[in-house]
Design a protein around this ligand. Structure first.
Ligand SMILES: Nc1ncnc2c1ncn2[C@@H]1O[C@H](COP(=O)(O)OP(=O)(O)OP(=O)(O)O)[C@@H](O)[C@H]1O
Ligand SMILES: [Mg+2]
Length: 321
């Protein structure tokens, strides 16, 4: 299901939480809403789910208008064919896995085939044989899979995630990222995923919507956002950057080399710090007249070394003043 948001505004008292949002989220794609804390990600997700009411604007799911202030349309949350997965999982502790997952089906008064549906979704999330366990008898990753299963068991068209992995440890998070985006694709759902973690957004998404202070700064593929940021804010928020020429140009750390490899530009500086990250050395180099730059290399330099860094003109990202 395509989601189209037109001129959407939301105020909480004095706080203008969403400022004239216009965007299309495509069917069958995995889209992330990426932005710092308080930028309006959860508010937008709740509005799509029908759990918050905008002050202005229209929302369409394909051709159906689900919200319009002007035309007084507001489709109830349970009629929007949406599944949701939250940060804190929100499983019911007094219900076992089966009962948790069956709940949305029972709420929809679907009394037939519940068992088959639950068993089938348990297989998809690789929790066969665990239907009698209670949430406190499951690991964090397993609980998250139950939360996902519960969100999608009633065949929604869209599934919304609000920072679903932030309660998990780093290793599990990596694993679940891959699993979640795969399951969403496999089930041909439109996935909308809120995160303030750029690695998560980059690695999972077909499309990223970068937000800040209630505004959309850029919409694009991970490559668009990282390699072709439209503004300094996006450049700074996604990935590391080294700025020069009064903040009108920037270069990514991984584009800097210790040796020239073609037509290049050269800067010189003194190594200030070195961190070995396993796959590379991360160095802070104080560049003459430009300040501290970050660069990545596969060779260890020494603190205080004077070094040259080379980069291609074509790797420089430029911004209007
Ligand atoms: N119920 C509410 N009443 C008043 N203000 C609210 C309410 N909900 C959100 N806000 C404000 O609206 C703005 C956007 O909040 P929102 O929860 O959408 O941010 P977020 O991007 O999800 O942040 P985080 O990453 O911290 O979860 C914030 O300034 C927040 O304080
Ligand atoms: Mg939030």
């Amino acid at each position: 299901m395509n989601v189209k948001i037109v001129n959407l505004n939301k105020w909480y008292g004095e706080v203008h939480a969403l400022k004239n949002i216009n965007v299309i989220i495509q069917t069958g794609k995995f889209t992330s809403l990426l932005g710092p804390s308080g930028c309006g990600k959860t508010t937008l997700l709740k509005i799509l789910a029908g759990l918050e009411t905008p002050d202005q604007g229209d929302i369409y799911f394909d051709d159906q208008c689900v919200f319009s202030r002007d035309r007084n349309i507001n489709v109830l949350p349970q009629k929007r064919q949406i599944g949701m997965v939250f940060q804190e999982f929100a499983l019911w502790p007094h219900m076992n896995v089966f009962e948790n997952i069956a709940f949305p089906l029972k709420a929809k008064k679907m009394h037939v085939e519940i068992e088959r549906k639950v068993e089938s979704i348990l297989e998809t999330v690789r929790l066969e044989g665990m239907s009698k366990r209670y949430p406190d008898q499951l690991s964090g990753g397993q609980q998250q899979r139950v939360a996902f299963a519960r969100a999608v068991v009633a065949n929604p068209k869209i599934v919304l995630f609000d920072e679903p992995l932030s309660a998990l440890d780093a290793v599990l998070r990596d694993e679940m990222r891959f699993e979640i985006s795969n399951m969403v694709k496999q089930m041909n759902l439109t996935g909308i995923y809120v995160t303030h973690d750029q690695i998560e957004a980059m690695s999972m998404s077909d499309q990223i919507i970068v937000m800040n202070k209630g505004n959309i700064l850029q919409v694009g593929t991970p490559e668009d956002i990282y390699d072709r940021p439209v503004s300094k804010l996006v450049m700074d928020f996604v990935g590391k950057s080294n700025w020069f020429e009064c903040g009108t140009k920037a270069i990514r750390p991984e584009r800097l080399a210790l040796y020239p490899t073609g037509p290049y530009k050269k800067v010189s500086g003194v190594v200030q710090s070195i961190a070995y990250l396993g796959d590379k050395y991360e160095m802070i180099v104080q560049i003459e007249k430009m300040g501290n730059w970050m660069s990545y290399h596969n060779k260890r330099c020494q603190l205080g070394d004077r070094i040259d860094l080379y980069f291609k003109h074509s790797d420089v990202i430029r911004f209007a003043d």
